[in-house]
Ligand binder design. Structure first.
Ligand code: ZN
Length: 158
């Protein structure tokens, strides 16, 4: 079973043709995250509609793992409730911290299972998590912003 080469192919596909790449307007929050240990950088924009992730776009430079992981991440969270995206992140994090001993859940992680092998290389785990940390940061800021403007307008729980 050539699982490793299949996984490698999935990562390369996302690297060559990243999904949701290119920064889109309008957006709620933009963040810029870097992974100095590898030199990866990502600029990421998030748009929410209430508690639903309606848009994630990104512009990345760096290694194939960081760029492919950001592409896969955007596929996994767009159109989903924020809570579901965060739960998917927890699953991915568990896989990344499992040192190769965690069985990836394909139902939840979809193409994210391709990064299972990365867990054996602690130095590369940060690459795979860069896009996720940018998304979590931007989403938290977008939620806080929505709350503040709701208060300003005197609107409660619309
Ligand atoms: Zn990297």
């Amino acid at each position: 079973m050539q699982l490793d080469s299949l996984y490698q192919e999935i990562i390369l596909d996302h690297y060559r043709t990243p999904h949701h790449a290119g920064l889109a307007d309008p957006y709620d929050v933009e963040v810029h995250h870097v992974n100095p240990s590898c030199g990866d950088e990502v600029t990421l924009r998030v748009e929410l509609d209430g508690d639903t992730v309606t848009g994630v776009t990104h512009q990345s430079v760096g290694c194939s793992i960081s760029q492919a992981a950001t592409s896969v991440m955007s596929d996994l969270v767009i159109g989903k409730p924020v809570a579901e995206g965060m739960a998917t992140y927890e699953k991915f994090l568990e896989l990344m911290q499992g040192r190769g001993n965690v069985e990836p859940d394909e139902e939840v992680l979809e193409d994210g299972v391709a990064f299972a092998g990365v867990a054996q290389f602690p130095a590369r785990v940060k690459c795979a998590l860069l896009g996720w940390s940018a998304w979590r940061d931007a989403t938290a800021q977008a939620l806080a912003k929505a709350e503040t403007s709701a208060k300003k307008e005197g609107v409660s729980n619309v």
